[in-house]
Design a protein around this ligand. Structure first.
Ligand code: BYC
Length: 314
């Protein structure tokens, strides 16, 4: 039972900066919030393989193909660490996966946009992985040990993902007029959706206060979004890319870049399943899950057989 005494002792541990580990006592609500957030994060990593995977067969060179293959495989790995982290909280992997494929579990809005040209692959690396690093560096300090450690490792890999995207985009942005146009067009389409990745404004974020109190999040959605904008403005300038926001302006007093109104109606439409690619993404995941049934059955049969063999040997 979540008695006041237990809750206070738990809060003291959080306030002292201690990590909470799987076998420690935790409030039921803390456990549920973590399962919600970590499973959404895992689904995002897995569905996030689709927009980029789409371009593996059409990568412009062997080197680019190898880099993209490695990146997409890394995303699969991130999904797996994160699903494992939900299991440390008592969730069953099958339930969380099915809640997303057949139910209403969320995943990041960003992966419901199409990748129209190869420049989109450069921009996903730079902007999307760039946003993920800002968010996940904060989550690497999360109060829940397994989630913090998973994010630490994920961030190291995301940092390579971002660099390869930025390097490709820089090359494209300094190429022929046609290449420059492609690069700019991709940035124009992805800029606002990447700002939405950080979640709704703090005034409209029902989970933030509780997650911050428990040290799961250590910064708010708006704080992270602002540090992302400040960083990206500089990086865009270096490679001669324009960010598509006429209201971007530096505020000397605050030391931050002010930006225009984010189209929140579009964000909520995407979150509710009505983005340009929502249906296609879910359909692809559903097909993969159902086509993979025989693999899961074979793995279970093999594990049973091994156990029997071990039993006979001992
Ligand atoms: N998209 O109270 P709020 C990657 C939902 S993948 C969809 O602020 P919270 C990569 C939110 O779930 C990395 N839904 O929530 C992979 C909540 O609904 P529920 C993806 C969103 O939890 C491949 C409601 O809106 N990163 O890097 O305090 C290739 C109210 O929001 C979104 C993560 O998943 C959204 N953008 O904060 C390349 C990070 N935003 O659940 C790259 C982990 C909000 O109450 N998650 N909602 O029904 C988080 O950091 C936080 O959960 C969020 C939201 C900042 C996303």
């Amino acid at each position: 039972m979540d008695t006041k005494e237990k809750l206070d002792a738990f809060q003291d541990r959080i306030d002292r900066g201690e990590k909470i580990e799987p076998k420690d006592w935790m409030p039921e609500r803390y456990r549920q919030q973590l399962i919600r957030m970590i499973s959404q994060h895992a689904h995002s990593e897995i569905v996030g393989m689709l927009p980029e995977g789409n371009w593996i067969p059409r990568a412009p060179s062997l080197k680019r193909k190898m880099v993209l293959l490695a990146k997409v495989q890394d995303e699969a790995g991130h999904g797996l660490y994160l699903y494992s982290a939900t299991e440390t909280l008592g969730a069953r992997r099958q339930d969380v996966v099915e809640d997303y494929i057949y139910g209403n579990a969320k995943y990041s809005s960003i992966f419901n946009y199409p990748t129209l040209t190869y420049a989109d692959i450069c921009v996903i690396g730079w902007l999307v992985d760039g946003a993920a690093i800002v968010n996940q560096t904060m989550l690497a300090k999360s109060s829940y040990g397994p989630y913090a450690r998973a994010n630490l490792r994920i961030c190291r890999e995301e940092s390579f993902h971002k660099k390869q995207g930025y390097e490709m985009l820089a090359k494209m942005a300094s190429g022929t007029d046609e290449q420059k146009k492609m690069a700019q067009d991709a940035v124009n389409r992805w800029w606002w959706p990447t700002l939405m990745m950080f979640g709704p404004p703090d005034s409209d974020s029902p989970n933030s206060a509780e997650l911050i109190k428990w040290g799961v999040k250590t910064k708010t959605n708006d704080e992270l979004r602002q540090s992302y904008v400040d960083r990206m403005v500089m990086e865009a300038e270096v490679i001669d890319i324009k960010l598509p926001d006429p209201d971007l302006k530096y505020n000397k007093k605050t030391g931050h870049w002010e930006f225009g109104e984010i189209p929140w109606d579009e964000f909520w439409a995407v979150v509710k399943g009505n983005g340009p690619m929502n249906r296609e993404r879910i359909k692809a995941r559903k097909n993969a899950y159902e086509d993979g049934e025989w693999v899961r059955e074979a793995a279970i049969a093999y594990a049973r057989k091994q156990k029997l063999k071990e039993g006979k040997a001992s």
